[in-house]
Ligand binder design. Structure first.
Ligand SMILES: [Zn+2]
Ligand SMILES: [Zn+2]
Length: 414
């Protein structure tokens, strides 16, 4: 396979307003218009003075707004940008962006693309959820992982729009300068151009919040081939685990993401988007039959009157279930069965909103259904809480990355 290693800093194309947003007009304002030049298709020689504020509609010709004088503290603000597409909290926000923008139309709707050097993009997204208290080794590990993931471009979610990523949760949430901190800028500079490689290719480096003690192999979560550097590892020093899933969820093994290395009460001082009372390493949810039937009926669009059996048919190496079997009865007495055969649907269908992970054991007794679980997220690749546990215990960036991504090498591309 040909090498995919770029020789210089790539320029990324990030979708900010997408055709699915069905916008026909966008307002852009400039904190310092003299830094920018506007070019349109019908005006090849621009030099028209950039105004403080600009309304662009789909009826205008394609437009390019270029930053002609570099100034890291000034940007252009795009108004009413969608955030949280498809979530109940979907809203619009104003975002101030580094780099240039391109505006074009796609099937009659606006497409606004931020054209931004990779390192500036990473300084916004890679560690935006981490506080200034985070040890540098965690920030560096996360930034190198994010850089590798986006350059590997294995998922190619928006290639139809000629984008490397969008600004939303399906890629990495990107809100421009508001996410940039002195620490994030420093981390991007300190790790500039460094990626994980395997067999001279950039690694499709994945990460999730907590593996629960053992990381998962990618092929147990997604429809993808076995990948040596995305294979299960024991996240700790106890490598001689004789695992029995009946007892695993009662134990707290000596894992980097477990209480021996990081107290969950203190997680929120380092990582955003975590609950102060949250238990992620080991957790449990308990439903009455009635509670379970109520949300489950709605999710599968049937009138379920009895849950007879829930059984895990297969698990990956981390304990994540990837095939679960349910026996249930509906209102007219008919007995039915359902197989759920992927991690995402298991988490979506067996909880009113979403389970922390598909790594749990099932206990059905009396009128209750209880799941005792471990970890948060798909568990493949870097375990963020484990990497935090390692960093707080003086492991270096390289130790952390080579622990989660076995057989890889760090390489500086530019
Ligand atoms: Zn996306
Ligand atoms: Zn872990």
């Amino acid at each position: 396979m040909a090498s995919n290693l770029p020789q210089s800093e790539p320029i990324m194309r990030i979708g900010i307003i997408l055709p699915i947003d069905k916008q026909k007009i966008v307002t852009i304002s400039f904190s310092d218009p003299s830094l920018y030049e506007i070019e349109t298709l019908d005006r090849q020689n621009p030099s028209c003075k950039t105004p403080d504020m600009l309304n662009v509609s789909v009826d205008d010709s394609e437009m390019l707004i270029t930053k002609i004088i570099e100034d890291d503290n000034q940007g252009m603000t795009i108004h009413t940008v969608p955030a949280g597409r498809g979530f109940h909290w979907e809203k619009t926000i104003d975002v101030t962006l580094p780099g240039n923008i391109e505006i074009s139309t796609h099937n009659g709707w606006l497409l606004l693309t931020n054209v931004v050097p990779l390192e500036q993009y990473l300084a916004c997204v890679a560690v935006s959820e981490m506080s200034g208290a985070c040890p540098p080794a965690l920030r560096e590990s996360q930034t190198i992982t994010a850089r590798s993931w986006i350059l590997a471009a294995a998922e190619n979610k928006h290639s139809d729009l000629n984008l490397d990523a969008c600004n939303d949760d399906c890629c990495q949430r990107y809100q421009g300068f508001s996410q940039m901190t002195n620490a994030s800028r420093k981390t991007s500079i300190d790790t500039k151009g460094i990626v994980l490689t395997y067999d001279n290719q950039i690694c499709d480096a994945r990460y999730s919040k907590s593996c629960g003690g053992i990381s998962e192999s990618a092929e147990n979560i997604w429809d993808m081939p076995h990948t040596p550097y995305l294979s299960s590892i024991v996240d700790g020093s106890e490598t001689d685990l004789s695992i029995n899933w009946d007892t695993w969820f009662d134990k707290k093994p000596n894992a980097f993401c477990g209480p021996h290395f990081i107290d969950e009460k203190h997680l929120h001082t380092y990582l955003g988007n975590v609950d102060k009372e949250g238990h992620y390493f080991r957790w449990s949810v308990k439903y009455s039959q009635k509670e379970f039937r109520t949300f489950f009926s709605e999710k599968i669009q049937e009138n379920v009157t009895n849950i007879l059996k829930i059984e895990a048919l297969s698990r990956g190496e981390s304990g994540r279930i990837n095939n679960v079997y349910l026996d249930y009865q509906i209102f007219d007495g008919t007995l039915k069965t359902l197989n759920i055969t992927n991690e995402y649907d298991i988490r979506r269908l067996l909880h009113p909103s979403f389970l922390y992970s598909s790594c749990f054991k099932i206990i059905m007794e009396n009128d209750n259904i209880k799941f005792m679980g471990a970890g948060w997220g798909h568990g493949v690749g870097l375990c963020q809480i484990g990497a935090l546990g390692m960093a707080l215990n003086d492991y270096k960036t390289e130790d952390i990355l080579l622990h989660y991504f076995k057989h890889t090498k760090l390489k500086r591309l530019y």
